[in-house]
Structure formats: structure tokens, C-alpha cells
Design a protein around this ligand. Structure first.
Ligand code: NAD
Ligand code: TYD
Length: 335
């Protein structure tokens, strides 16, 4: 089975490629990744020499590159490639609109031209917007509230449109916040973990009461395979970890695992348009036989320990492009 993974050098994509090579011996993977600031070939150093794996550096927004890959024959596509950080999308949304919407269009056009392959569009729970009580179902209207979420909603609905209009075998997944190894340290779990290791402040937005539903990346990878193999084309599947906690609670748990004081918590001015709560109803995916297997506290402990043990990985990132970003993002925001 020939599989095209886009964005495979990022956080979830690299975990997914490793998971797939371990669990699906017949898989042959092409990883098409542009290597933006978030793409890191070191995430896949351990599989580089596997004959079933090939890396192609390229942009999903470039039709010639995408068509060259599709022309080699593909049975299944997982589109992870995206700009993913909400805070960056606020100041600089152009690349989000390009990759997260236009890039999906380029992939779908190639799919139409070369035909056949099942196409899994990795969308996000953020397309629904915020929910105070209850949980979003797949049939609920979309109400994205930041440029990242809106660009992802564009890709999500374009994929659906190609199913309706051209009959392409498209499936759409909407996952909640992931945690796990190899996540770029701008996101809350690796940022707060690595700052705490160095006794640096943890910049907590607003009152810390925003709620996220956490999903261990390994559970996400399993869900993606269940959806690809057993899902109905044209359908959307929510993927939630079922572990809802506030950011303040999450922060306290990270500090407790590391044995660091809560005095490291530094309240900062809130993110504009900050969604208060995300929550998903996952009955549709559970009906296909999936359930998250990892307990949240154990997953958080393993994740934090991964960053403790892999300091060379994140220290290299934090001393590079990230430094400039961090200073511009957080300077003077203390309250
Ligand atoms: P990430 O930012 O860690 O990685 C994104 C990857 O895409 C990088 O390797 C980058 O180089 C690549 N990329 C970016 N633009 C590209 C382009 N134009 N062409 C080719 N490659 C490009 O992201 P992630 O956290 O691993 O997220 C992967 C996918 O999962 C995204 O589509 C995201 O929207 C979705 N998602 C993420 C989460 C989460 O909690 N991280 C939750 C739900 C959905
Ligand atoms: P993030 O990891 O950026 O994911 P998302 O915005 O996609 O949910 O943020 C998770 C939550 O953590 C979100 O409510 C914003 C909050 N947050 C902070 O409080 N401080 C930070 O420095 C960051 C990056 C996020």
C-alpha cells in the first residue's frame, strides 16, 4: 500500500509515520514536507534508513511538485501539512490561508486528476469555535474564530466539496489538542515543560480558565487508521481524548511532575479571540471501534519525561528561530 503523508516532519505527522511503519508492515510511505520552521527531519531520524520510507521536500501549494508525487501512484493520502499555531495566525495569517486552504485545493486537484486514492483531511476541533456547555457533534455548524481555525475550516469544507461535486473518496477528521513527543515548543505543553525545566516563567493567558480536551498523539494515530480503513467517505469524524481540563490545572500538573514551584506561573495578557472551551462528542468514531487507550495523567507524565530526556532536541530549536518569535510574542505581556 502506497501512502502519501504530507507534513510528516511535524509533530503529529512524524508520530504517525513512526506508528504506521511499526503497525502496518505493508505500508510504503512518501513524506512530502516543505520544512517550515515547524518541520524537523530529526523527528524521523530513526526511520530515515527504513526502505519503506522516503522523504520529498516540497510545498503542497506547488501543483507541479504535488502532481509529480501523485503520478507515482498513491493508494491513501493523509494531509497533515499545515500552519498550526493560533498565535502566529493572528499576526501573520497569509501563510495559513495559503497552506491550510489553498494547499488542500492543490492536493484535491491532483487527487481528481490521478484518481483513486482515499484522502484523509486532518482538520481540527477549532473549526467549530468555542462551546460553553455540552460538546460539538460533526453535524454542528462551523464557527471558526481565529485565522488558523478559519483557514482550516476552508480546507475542511473544500475536501467535502470535492466529495460532493466530484465523488472523490474524502474523509475528514477533527481532533482535539494533542500532546506527546516532538511537539514544537511554541505549544503549551512543550513550552511550559521546557520553560519549567529551566526555571523560566510559564506565560499563562488570561485567567487560565480556558478548557481544552487533551488527546495523546498515539491515540490520535490509531484513530486516523480506524477512520481511513473503516470510515465512510464524505463523512466527518471527531477525535477527542475525553480529558477536559483548564490551562491552569494543566500547568499545575506539569509543574508537579517536574517538582517545580507554582511561583513560575506568570499570568499574561490574553490571546485575542481566545476560544474559551473546546469539547467533542465522539460517538460516531466510537461506533467504528475506536476509543482512546491512554489515561491522561500517564500520557502527560510520559510526555513531560520525553522532554526531560530529549533536551538536545528542544534546546536546538529554542536557541534558533524560536528565540526571536518568543521575545516578540511575550515581551511586556505580564499582568
Ligand atoms: P506542526 O506545525 O507540528 O507540523 C506541520 C508540518 O507541516 C511541518 O512539518 C511543516 O514543515 C509542514 N508544512 C507546513 N506547510 C507546508 C506546506 N505548504 N507544504 C508541505 N508541508 C508543509 O503541526 P501538527 O501539530 O503536527 O499538526 C498536524 C495537523 O494536525 C495539522 O493539519 C493541524 O491542523 C492538525 N491538528 C493538530 C492538532 C494539535 O493539537 N497539534 C489538533 C488537531 C488537528
Ligand atoms: P495551544 O497549545 O496554542 O493550542 P490551541 O490554541 O490550538 O488550543 O494553546 C493551548 C491553550 O493554552 C490555549 O487555551 C492557549 C493557552 N496558552 C497559554 O495560556 N500560554 C501559552 O503560552 C500558550 C502557547 C498557550
Amino acid at each position: 500500500m502506497k501512502i502519501l503523508v504530507t507534513g510528516g516532519c511535524g509533530f503529529i505527522g512524524s508520530n504517525f509515520i513512526r506508528h504506521t511503519l511499526r503497525r502496518h508492515p505493508d505500508a510504503r510511505i512518501i513524506n512530502l514536507d516543505k520544512l517550515t520552521y515547524a518541520g524537523n527531519p530529526e523527528n524521523l531520524a530513526d526511520v530515515e534508513t527504513d526502505a519503506r520510507y522516503e522523504f520529498v521536500q516540497g510545498d503542497i501549494c506547488d501543483p507541479a511538485t504535488v502532481e509529480r508525487v501523485f503520478a507515482r501512484g498513491v493508494d491513501l493520502v493523509f494531509n497533515f501539512a499545515a500552519e498550526t499555531h493560533v498565535d502566529r495566525s493572528i499576526g501573520d495569517p497569509g501563510s495559513f490561508v495559503m497552506t491550510d486552504t489553498y494547499g488542500v485545493y492543490v492536493l484535491l486537484e491532483a487527487l481528481r486528476r490521478f484518481g483513486g486514492a482515499r484522502f484523509v483531511q486532518i482538520s481540527t476541533d477549532e473549526v467549530y469555535g468555542s462551546i460553553e456547555v455540552g460538546a460539538f457533534r460533526e453535524s454542528d455548524p462551523l464557527n471558526p474564530r481565529n485565522p488558523y481555525a478559519a483557514s482550516k475550516a476552508g480546507g475542511d469544507r473544500l475536501a467535502y466539496a470535492y466529495f460532493c461535486t466530484h465523488g472523490l473518496p474524502v474523509l475528514i477528521t477533527r481532533a482535539s489538542n494533542n500532546l506527546g513527543p516532538n511537539q514544537y515548543p511554541e505549544k503549551i505543553v512543550p513550552l511550559f515543560t521546557t520553560n519549567a525545566i529551566d526555571d523560566l516563567p510559564l506565560p499563562l493567558y488570561g485567567d487560565g480558565g480556558n478548557v481544552r480536551d487533551w488527546l495523546y498523539v498515539e491515540d490520535h494515530c490509531e484513530a486516523l487508521w480506524v477512520i481511513a480503513e473503516r470510515g465512510c467517505v464524505g463523512e466527518v469524524y471527531n477525535v477527542g481524548g475525553g480529558a477536559e481540563i483548564t490551562n491552569l490545572d494543566l500547568t499545575r500538573r506539569i509543574l508537579a511532575i517536574l517538582g517545580k514551584p507554582e511561583s513560575l506561573i506568570q499570568p499574561v495578557v490574553d490571546r485575542p479571540g481566545h476560544d474559551r472551551r473546546y469539547a467533542l462528542c465522539c460517538d460516531k468514531l466510537r461506533a467504528l471501534g475506536w476509543t482512546p487507550r491512554h489515561d491522561f495523567d500517564a500520557a502527560l507524565r510520559d510526555t513531560v519525561q520525553w522532554y526531560v530526556k530529549n533536551q538536545a532536541w528542544w534546546r536546538k530549536i529554542k536557541s534558533g528561530e524560536f528565540r526571536k518569535y518568543y521575545e516578540a510574542q511575550y515581551r511586556g505581556r505580564e499582568v
